[in-house]
Design a protein around this ligand. Sequence first.
Ligand code: ATP
Ligand code: ZN
Length: 225
Amino acid sequence: MSNSNRLRIAIQKGGRLSKDCQDLLKQLGVKLNLREQRLIAHSTNMPIDVLRVRDDDIPGLVMDGVCDLGIVGENVLVEVQAERERQGVPSEVNKLSKLDFGYCRLALAWPQELGKQDKSWFEGKRIATTYPEILTQYLKREGINASTVMLTGSVEVAPRAGLADAICDLVSTGATLEANGLMQGDTILESNACLIQNKDLQDTDKLALINKLMPRLRGVRQAKE
Ligand code: ATP
Ligand code: ZN
């Protein structure tokens, strides 16, 4: 639907990836006029518009061609892809680059007082998560018969609140799990932020601009190593 001849990039508006995304765009030489409440920020030196949205919306915006590029956690990308595949809706994107921020892992956890458990403990249990598709695929792969309950926030309090026996949630340091009396188990997915592109993008000017930005992105990554 994008009738704009400006390259549209979707990034997270407010959250863990926002600052790194803005820093990255700056390092790529994209000057932006970011006013707090604005959905769209126009670049002042390149034909680029930056859309600032919830991270959950980013894969769909890129898959549907509303945005040409997006920066999103692989966890969200994989979840949306699995959901769309199940629904028979287009779910492909070109992954241009893995980025060096937003690292986290999606891991299982259960109340610490239960002590160490193996996979068989999950049989018949209820697991709270924001990632029901990824979790369901994992359970199927492992042959575990457990149910999932979808929570979009405060997943870590679900066992204490009696909503679930265990959780499957994002972890970076493990401090949140510990603070909630949870013990960490298997990692289901490791994730970083990544740069994705609409797979049908054909506009030669936009592709030329992306081709100009990609070596800069590689330069930024190398400079950090
Ligand atoms: P939004 O309002 O945009 O939906 P959100 O609350 O879903 O935000 P954030 O908590 O800001 O999302 O996390 C955004 C992304 O940051 C995650 O999807 C994940 O890729 C990454 N991330 C890195 N470390 C963590 C962590 N410890 N917990 C959660 N997400 C993390
Ligand atoms: Zn989100």
